[in-house]
Design a protein around this ligand. Structure first.
Ligand code: CP
Ligand code: NVA
Length: 307
């Protein structure tokens, strides 16, 4: 009964499945651009539980479900019993009898694994303190569209060794690229992810060293959701890790810049970086929609038969 497939991490799929999914994202994008209605998920329902704020994740999943012919329900812990202490396992048992998939944005990653362990339907990680795999689907689709396969390329992660960085480590394993992480001491990615990656991932304190010859540079906010009380300390500490046009100049000529957004101009990126021709942040944000539609198509059974 608990045999549904989930998407809690990039490691939940084989490399072939992941590449297939991002290729499918490109096809679904093309269908939409050509105005073709494609509604395999008619009558299907996605529940979305958000314990943290979101623009892209919410809009892309909600719009994506509607475009595929289904619907999405937005649930905030403020209004559900989950926020009043109903056990996660009970919420999972009940919700998964009513809907066809559940997307969760939460703090502790264990909330996701616990929900998934008790769910009859696929559970999707819409960001946890540890990982943000949906963003990596979009990032990998974006690289493929602009530059072709990322296999064998060099990627530089600049800044905090956070949930996005951990997902880049997983992507380095699954998509077979080299990752250089430049972060301040004490802000390294989790050792469990580093250990998994072996020599595919290297650490440095010097952003200039990290970007040398890189084909993709990516960064993220210095203060993630839930860390707000550390903001001042982090701004001071991370200053040398700001990504600027001059830093991009040290990378490969065809380098792309990505940022999962939201961005703090003047902090992790210079004021003008998103306007640089090498930045693909808006395509990357749009691709959340297309890549996740491919994910939903993969995970959620197609429409019911007419009565
Ligand atoms: N990149 C991303 O997940 O954005 P939101 O927090 O707006 O969903
Ligand atoms: N690292 C950020 C990503 C936001 C999409 C956070 O967790 O807040």
């Amino acid at each position: 009964m608990m045999s549904a497939r989930h998407f809690l991490s990039m490691m939940d799929y084989t490399p072939d499945e992941l590449v297939g999914m991002i290729r499918r994202g490109i096809e679904l994008k093309d269908l939409r651009n050509r105005g073709v209605l494609f509604e395999p998920l008619r009558g299907r329902v996605l529940a979305m539980i958000f314990e943290k704020s979101s623009t892209r994740t919410r809009v892309s999943f909600e719009a994506g479900m509607i475009q595929l012919g289904g619907q999405a329900i937005f649930l905030s812990p403020r209004d559900t019993q989950l926020g009043r202490g109903e056990p996660i396992a009970d919420g999972a048992r009940v919700m998964s009898r009513m809907v066809d998939a559940v997307m969760i944005r939460t703090f502790a990653h264990s909330n996701l694994t616990e929900f998934a362990a008790n769910s009859r339907v696929p559970v999707i990680n819409g960001l946890s303190d540890d990982l943000h795999p949906c963003q990596l689907l979009a990032d990998m689709q974006t690289f493929l569209e602009h530059r072709g396969s990322i296999k064998g390329k060099t990627v530089a992660w600049i800044g905090d060794g956070n949930n996005m960085c951990n997902s880049y480590i997983e992507a380095a394993i699954q998509f077979d690229f080299k990752l250089r992480v430049a972060c301040p001491e004490g802000y390294e990615p989790s050792p469990q992810f580093m250990a998994l990656a072996g020599d595919r991932v290297t650490l440095t304190r010097d952003p200039r060293e990290a970007v040398k010859g890189a084909h993709l540079i990516s960064t993220d906010v210095w203060t993630s959701m839930g860390q707000e009380e550390e903001t001042a300390k982090r701004i001071a500490l991370f200053k040398p890790f700001q990504v600027t046009r001059e830093l991009l100049d040290l990378a490969a000529e065809e380098v792309l810049f990505m940022h999962c957004l939201p961005a703090h101009r003047g902090e992790e990126i210079s004021e003008d970086l998103l306007d640089d021709i090498r930045s693909v942040a808006w395509d990357q944000a749009e691709n959340r929609l297309h890549a996740q539609k491919a994910l939903l198509e993969f995970l959620v059974a197609p429409a019911y038969q007419p009565a």
